[in-house]
Design a protein around this ligand. Structure first.
Ligand code: PLP
Length: 367
């Protein structure tokens, strides 16, 4: 890599100053030998629930499982429909299908590219059991509007908070709003492990208990040989929990730094690049720095030539993916956005001068 290169996301830099603490934590785990379900898991679950302002947190194997387990614990499955924005990572829709339910893809709002609450209301029918609000790019959905749809039609409101650790809407954190929320700790997320990990968050103690049992072979509390539910294995391990516990106290400061970097982008981007809008009621945590542009092809060429990383989240909306062909249709807002969006480098380890260089490079992208 050229010394001048700016990677899309540098995970070595993100974790560099934690190396000594991580090694100490892992030494302790190797010493006590409780690799699955050790004290580190319980400690992190408590810390993260408190951070989000929710009662219960259950560590699971990854974010996709977290969504699936939340749906299953709510009793959602075959015969049910779940409303989901088409502009999301495919995992949200995969998790719905894994329960036996059908995803009902709906369009997004043209300015924030988040779930359109009116489209969600229009999609409700007698089979609809839940709506998943995906807090995409680091910004929470329009919480009052989505909650109102869920209440009006008696649907479960599930938050996909995989890109929104620490985000707020109207003062409340992601994970504390819906009936249940799902988080991913994939290494590249705002709160990332050093491997896969995920969590389910809820205020409902009984629902939490069901999730915990489903994720641990359906075991009964206190009797490991009694399997009351048809469960599976989806657990967060001690090593990942220890890493997450070390990283959680830094999350708010890192998210503030992401907001600062986004302000630099707003100030320095040439006019043909428009950042996706932030709702004034939302405290955005900019998991991704997404802009819209009519000159995406030229921009990608210029960035690549300059050694600057970029991404597109996501180039094909879920309802146009071959795997979901049977749920397809026309969702014009998301389809048009997919042609224009571009994700620029974003990480708390970037310097202002990096953002200046990305913006300078984009000045060279013309039709
Ligand atoms: C990352 C992600 C997931 C899935 O999380 P994994 O831990 O990778 O399974 C789900 N939804 C969204 C929006 C994501 O970004």
């Amino acid at each position: 890599m050229k010394s001048t290169a700016i990677p899309f996301l540098d995970l070595v830099a993100v974790n560099a100053d934690l190396q000594v603490d991580l090694e100490l934590a892992w030494k302790a785990i190797i010493g006590h030998g409780k690799f699955v379900g050790g004290p580190e898991v319980e400690r992190f679950e408590r810390q993260f629930a408190e951070f989000c302002g929710a009662r219960c947190c259950i560590g699971v194997a990854n974010g996709t499982d977290a969504i699936e387990l939340a749906l299953t614990a709510l009793g959602i499955g075959r015969g049910d429909e779940v409303i989901v924005p088409t502009n999301t990572f495919v995992a949200t829709a995969e998790a719905i299908c894994a329960t036996g339910a059908r995803p009902r893809f709906v369009d997004v709002l043209p300015d924030t590219l988040l779930l359109d609450p009116a489209a969600a209301a229009d999609a409700v029918n007698r089979r609809t059991a839940a709506v998943i609000g995906v807090h995409l790019f680091g910004q929470m959905v329009d919480v009052p509007a989505v909650s109102a749809v869920a209440e009006r039609y008696k649907l479960a409101f599930i938050e996909d908070a995989a890109q929104a650790h620490g985000a707020r809407h109207s003062g409340r954190r992601a994970g504390s709003i819906g009936h249940v929320a799902a988080f991913s700790f994939y290494p590249g997320k705002n709160l990332g492990a050093l491997g896969d990990g995920g969590a389910v968050m809820t205020d409902d103690v009984q629902l939490a208990d069901r999730v915990r049992r489903l994720a641990n072979h359906g075991r009964a509390e206190g009797d490991r040989h009694r399997h009351e539910l048809l469960g599976r294995n989806s657990r967060l391990d001690s090593i990942q929990a220890a890493a997450l516990a070390l990283k959680l106290p830094r999350l708010d400061a890192e998210n503030s730094r992401r907001r600062e970097l986004m302000d630099r982008y707003r100030a320095w981007l040439p006019p043909s690049f428009e950042p996706v809008r932030t709702d004034p009621a939302a405290e955005h945590v900019h998991h991704l720095a997404v802009v819209r542009t009519a000159v995406r092809e030229q921009a990608r060429t210029a960035l690549t030539a300059a050694g600057v990383g970029w991404g597109v989240h996501y180039p094909v909306p879920c309802h146009r993916q071959p795997a979901f062909a049977e749920y397809g249709g026309r969702l014009p807002v998301a389809e048009q956005a997919a042609e224009q969006i571009l994700s620029l480098p974003m990480s708390p380890t970037l310097r202002d001068t990096d953002i200046a260089r990305v913006c300078e490079t984009l000045r060279g992208a013309r039709p």
